[in-house]
Design a binder for this molecule. Structure first.
Ligand SMILES: [Ca+2]
Ligand SMILES: [Ca+2]
Ligand SMILES: [Cu+2]
Length: 360
């Protein structure tokens, strides 16, 4: 499909400008101050509405060592990176939250749109149907090198019908929304007055201050035989022992959060980030608030620009992809919706201390 090849940061800024317009009138304006009282001879007291922080936690500014010496090539070199404080959603965006956005705006996700024949010259138009990519255990032994063996394009699959038309999200409001293309995540974030995290913000937040460990709970995947994340146990992709309690997605926040109060930064669903993917970015990026390269190149699939996603999913297994490790990088085509892809948002704003000081 055709990709609008705008720099991620430019998009972010454009989004920031749009936010003011889109958010006004929806009841939770971002920066509107409401004046209290009205005594003319006193400076009016200004009380800002910070209710938007309710489902978020403050990620304090600081530095961390990005990447891993034991990681894949694109996860090196390890470098010290500094990040400014920011608010982050405690959980992945849920079906309930995304549903509210859709009800209010009528937004139609990428997976629900019929592909434009103009973008697929030569394709049989009858094959161009709206849908998304669904995980399906192949049922026989397959090579783990061929990931097409367990993914299938399903007509009618979308966030409302995660595995196809016969599935739905009734009673699943607390589950993470899936089948998200990158622009769906951007659209939601703008509506919510938020944005997607940069990859560096995401990894910094996921670590929760933990240095030099594989997971935010330590170096062992299952200390005391306890699963701390919803991932895959058993012989991927056909056999799942469900030792962590969930075959597919789990409702958000079923496992302990990290030190900063963030849930499911390992596993459950992959989370889109703002940045484009480049394999050599870690060697070249600025050390302060890096926001990704200006274009994308994936040597495995040249010609398909990719956006970053992080954290792994319920399909991650040590046999195949250990995306639940803190430093693990993943990338995906921004127009591709899959049954393990969701997101969470961040928002810039005053720190809790600054908020308190304002109210004094
Ligand atoms: Ca699981
Ligand atoms: Ca996750
Ligand atoms: Cu994985």
């Amino acid at each position: 499909m055709k990709i609008e090849f705008m720099d991620g940061w430019q998009q972010l800024l454009a989004g920031g400008l749009l936010t003011g317009l889109l958010v006004s009138g929806c009841g939770s304006p971002a920066d509107e101050a409401t004046s209290e009282g009205g005594q003319s001879d006193e400076t009016p007291r200004i009380a800002r509405d910070y209710s938007w922080t309710n489902d978020m936690v403050w990620i304090p500014s600081g530095t961390y060592r990005r990447g891993s010496e034991s990681g894949q090539g694109d996860e090196r070199p390890v470098r010290e990176i500094s990040i400014s404080g920011i608010w982050m959603d405690k959980t992945e965006v849920t079906n309930e939250q995304f549903g509210e956005f859709v009800r209010e705006t009528g937004y139609v996700t990428v997976a629900e749109r019929k592909p434009d024949p103009a973008q697929f010259p030569g394709a049989d138009p009858s094959l161009l149907v709206a849908g998304a990519i669904v995980f399906e255990p192949p049922g026989q032994p397959v090579s783990l090198r061929n990931h097409y063996a367990w993914w299938r394009y399903v007509a009618g699959a979308s966030w409302k019908h995660p595995t196809g038309p016969s599935s739905d999200v009734q009673g699943k409001g607390e589950y993470p929304v899936t089948q998200m293309a990158w622009e769906d995540a951007i659209a939601y974030a703008r509506w919510a007055g938020k944005r997607l995290p940069t990859e560096a913000e995401w990894e910094y937040a996921a670590r929760g201050g933990v240095e030099g460990a594989e997971f935010f709970w330590g170096d062992e995947l299952t200390p005391d035989n306890q699963w701390n994340a919803n991932v895959w146990q058993g012989d991927f992709p056909n056999q799942n022992s469900v030792a962590d309690g969930h075959y597919w997605m789990a409702p958000v926040a079923q496992y302990s959060p990290n030190a900063w109060g963030l849930y499911d930064m390992s596993g459950n669903v992959w989370e889109w980030c703002m940045d484009w993917y480049m394999p050599d970015y870690y060697a070249k990026s600025p050390a302060k608030n890096p926001h990704g390269p200006s274009q994308s190149y994936d040597p495995n699939e040249p010609g398909i620009p990719k956006k970053i996603m992080r954290g792994g999913s319920y399909l991650c297994s040590d046999l195949y992809c250990e995306g639940y490790r803190l430093w693990w990088r993943m990338k995906s085509a921004p127009d591709t919706a899959m049954s393990h892809t969701g997101f969470r948002c961040v928002r810039e704003g005053p720190s809790p201390e600054e908020m308190q000081a304002e109210n004094r």
